[in-house]
Design a protein. Structure first.
Length: 73
């Protein structure tokens, strides 16, 4: 848990992080807490991430992970 986990003042945002070997766009910022998302590995090299309402927010090469940013920004 981070000291700035106040939802009105998030300095350590949630990120979806694709694998480094993919060499693609990098991380994408997501608006909710990491534990709010469901990660589904649909194959050895494909990941789908769902928001709580069922919306697909990431459907691309994987394995990808949803994490809290280690650095504030």
């Amino acid at each position: 848990m981070y000291p700035d986990d106040d939802p009105l003042n998030v300095l350590h945002p949630t990120l979806v992080r694709p694998p480094r070997w993919a060499g693609i766009w990098g991380e994408r910022v997501l608006p909710l807490r990491p534990e709010d998302y469901r990660v589904e590995h649909t194959g050895p090299h494909w990941t789908r991430v769902y928001a709580p309402d069922g919306e697909i927010v990431y459907d691309f090469v994987g394995p990808a992970e949803v994490i809290r940013s280690p650095a504030p920004f």
